[in-house]
Write a protein that binds this ligand. Sequence first.
Ligand code: F6P
Length: 306
Amino acid sequence: MIYTLTLNTAIDMNIRCQGLNPNTVNRTLHTEYSPNGKAVNVSIVLNKFGKQTTALGFFGDFSGKYIVDELNKRHIDTIPCWIDDITRINVFINDGKDEYKLVGKGPFVANDKKQEMLSLIDSLNDNSYLVISGSLPNNIDADYYDHILTLCQRKKIAVILDISHQKLSELLAYQPLLIKPNNDEVKEIFGLDTNNREQIIHAIEQIHNLGAQNILLTMGDKGLYFSNQRHIWFCDAMPIQLVSSACAGDASLAAFLSVWLPTQQNIDLAMKKASATGANVAESDGLGLLNHIDEYMQQLSITQIK
Ligand SMILES: O=P(O)(O)OC[C@H]1O[C@](O)(CO)[C@@H](O)[C@@H]1O
């Protein structure tokens, strides 16, 4: 079973308008709402690819209920931890020229709820997979990840991490099965540049040395790299008309996992699917229709660089 854990779930509200002016009523042209949060996206995309997942997360009030209802409509199992505060609503405004991203801090999670979530994780099947993605809510500090990863270690749950917190470098000591940083995160968290092949290989080796078993490094329109410690491969990116890069990384990770788990084989196919899916998602607000993936996969190629 693949479980996903979104500690800071969100509704995404994508608004389109023609110009955005201060101190005036800006009438909007189009609004879309989507159940979101990074690992929620992973569950939705894995489900699209026919893989069963169970989504765990903190959910609160009307916005939390909306996300759980939407997941249920898509026949995605959920294990919600209900909190008293309101799940955040992130707002993405496209004024016809630029995109403004207003991403909330997230709700307050009471101590008993933090404990409840740990008990829920403790009740998951042993020897399964847990994808942990996204930020931490308002008042949860990064040590919470230690509690989660210690539990996973005990239960032999293989962890896939996609978090932009500085804590990621310390968490590599738990030897996560896979991490999915992007180039900005490699710079911000590990202080490593990724401007050319030499730097990329060096960065990947350094990150393996800290404990990551496998690394999927996404670089937007510059393609993506996968390393299993022995070899490193590169997959190019489709040229597309960018609408919004939000959710593209989450969708790429899900696409990769849909092929790569559980055997950890078919790396070429997994990388092409990840790259094609990320590009298709970046062509729309939110996750979009995911209807060009097969076509894009035909046009991508893989090179082994180490
Ligand atoms: O969990 P974070 O890092 O705050 O990011 C949440 C946001 O990330 C996205 O899922 C895109 O990856 C947004 O659409 C969502 O609102």
